[in-house]
Write a protein that binds this ligand. Structure first.
Ligand SMILES: Cc1cc2nc3c(=O)[nH]c(=O)nc-3n(C[C@H](O)[C@H](O)[C@H](O)COP(=O)(O)OP(=O)(O)OC[C@H]3O[C@@H](n4cnc5c(N)ncnc54)[C@H](O)[C@@H]3O)c2cc1C
Length: 382
């Protein structure tokens, strides 16, 4: 079969969901191109990602090679109190990786000519089984499928479901990364090989090790990844979202953008609210950054030959450690459904209906779980 015989997909968004979808569809015999608004290599925002089995299965199906090992193992989970006493400890082996390791692996697996950087999707037309995607540059691309993997602020979703918008959940995740040797030894000894938590009254911290900048998992070359969930009203959130240059950010504060006064205040609060280990993590971080927690769930994922997946379709709260796993499961299941349809003589539309039914259920399960875990942990929404 030559490239012109293959069905064609246009994937909007060149982050984890889009790259994995394109790789998986290519493995299933499709011709798939990715169009990403950013003209440059994407930069990691938060660092850590819990490496769920769904992600590894999807990567294997899509033929994406990952470093060996693809992350850092943690054995025990520990829960610390304000004095660093271990309140609870149990064995729950997991592997944690970094967003950048997954991104690089997925990007390297895609032929360079399949990735179109600096292309902003603006709209599309649909006529029966054909879609035409239109870009700000004036370019238009015809395909059998248009896939919106364009994240929480998805342009495709805004066009298809304008009433579905992210809703602030009442708290944010402060995040940070610390080079492994830069953490005081007492804190490193407490955290090493563990997935650690400290829950307080309406706030909660967690930490684990992830690969270093160059994907290294060698002890001494890794990074400590931490998250501290904090409650803020809408007004305080609005103030925090003004960055160090006085610019109001719409959705989050990426690394390097938090105002100095807010970093100082975060460190002060860490001194009174956190135990010595988590306090050391916050104090050792040069540029903590912040992401408001939001809820978003689309009631529909397939619209003829246009579809939504990953964060564009629904966003589980991070307590599920599941956004990347859900995007991977969406992509993998789509490729399997389309190849099964081709093998069984079914139409693409029948395959899409079945895929949508399963993936909507997955999205509902994960968003429900995230809301219930988060509201209980943070004492919000009651
Ligand atoms: C730069 C970046 C860094 C991240 N770092 C982390 C991290 O360290 N830890 C973590 O847990 N999660 C991180 N995330 C979020 C994580 O990737 C997602 O929560 C999850 O993996 C689902 O991915 P997604 O591809 O569906 O959505 P996203 O990762 O949000 O990707 C959406 C992509 O679509 C692009 N896009 C948006 N609109 C358009 C348009 N109109 N035309 C073309 N392209 C468009 C965006 O630039 C983005 O690359 C990051 C996301 C990004 C974009």
């Amino acid at each position: 079969m030559n490239a012109f015989d293959k069905p064609r997909a246009v994937v909007i968004g060149g982050s984890l969901g889009g790259l994995l979808t394109a790789n998986a569809l290519r493995a299933a015999g499709w011709h798939a191109d990715v169009f990403e608004t950013s003209p440059n290599q994407l930069e990691s925002r938060g660092g850590g990602v819990v490496l769920q089995p769904d992600v590894l299965e999807a990567l294997a199906f899509a033929g994406v090679a990952v470093p060996n090992p693809p992350g850092v193992n943690s054995g025990d989970r520990i829960y610390l109190d304000r004095e660093d006493r271990v309140l609870e400890q149990f064995h729950m082996p997991q592997m944690q990786t970094s967003w950048s390791l997954l991104y690089r692996a997925m990007k390297n697996a895609l032929p360079a000519q399949a990735l179109h950087a600096g292309e902003t999707f603006v709209d599309f037309d649909q006529d029966g089984e054909r879609v035409v995607a239109r870009f700000e540059s004036g370019r238009s691309v015809e395909a059998d499928l248009l896939i919106g993997a364009d994240g929480i602020r998805s342009t495709l979703r805004r066009r298809l479901l304008p009433e579905i918008v992210p809703v602030y959940a009442g708290y944010v995740a402060w995040r940070g990364l610390v080079e492994e040797p830069d953490l005081p030894i007492f804190a490193a000894n407490m955290l090493r090989d563990r997935f650690a938590f400290q829950d307080g009254d309406g706030h909660s911290g967690l930490s684990y090790l992830i690969p270093g900048d160059d994907d290294s998992t060698v002890p001494g070359e890794r990074r400590w990844n931490w998250v501290w969930y904090r409650k803020y009203g809408a007004e305080r959130l609005g103030e925090l979202l003004v960055d160090r240059h006085g610019e109001k950010r719409a959705f989050s504060l990426p690394p390097g953008s938090t105002k100095n006064a807010d970093i100082v205040q975060l460190r002060d609060e860490a001194r009174t609210m956190l135990g010595p280990t988590f306090r050391a993590l916050v104090e050792s971080t040069d540029d903590p950054f912040m992401q408001p927690i939001v809820d978003l769930r689309s009631p529909q994922m397939v619209f003829g030959r246009a579809l939504l997946l990953g964060d564009a379709a629904s966003v589980p709260r991070p307590h599920t450690a599941g956004s990347t796993a859900k995007a991977a499961a969406n992509a993998h299941a789509l490729a399997l459904a389309l190849s099964a349809a081709a093998d069984g003589g079914e139409t693409i539309d029948t395959a899409l209906r079945r895929w949508e039914h399963q993936q909507l259920q997955l999205g509902r399960r994960m968003t429900d779980l995230g809301i219930s875990l988060g509201n209980r942990l943070m004492k919000v929404g009651h």
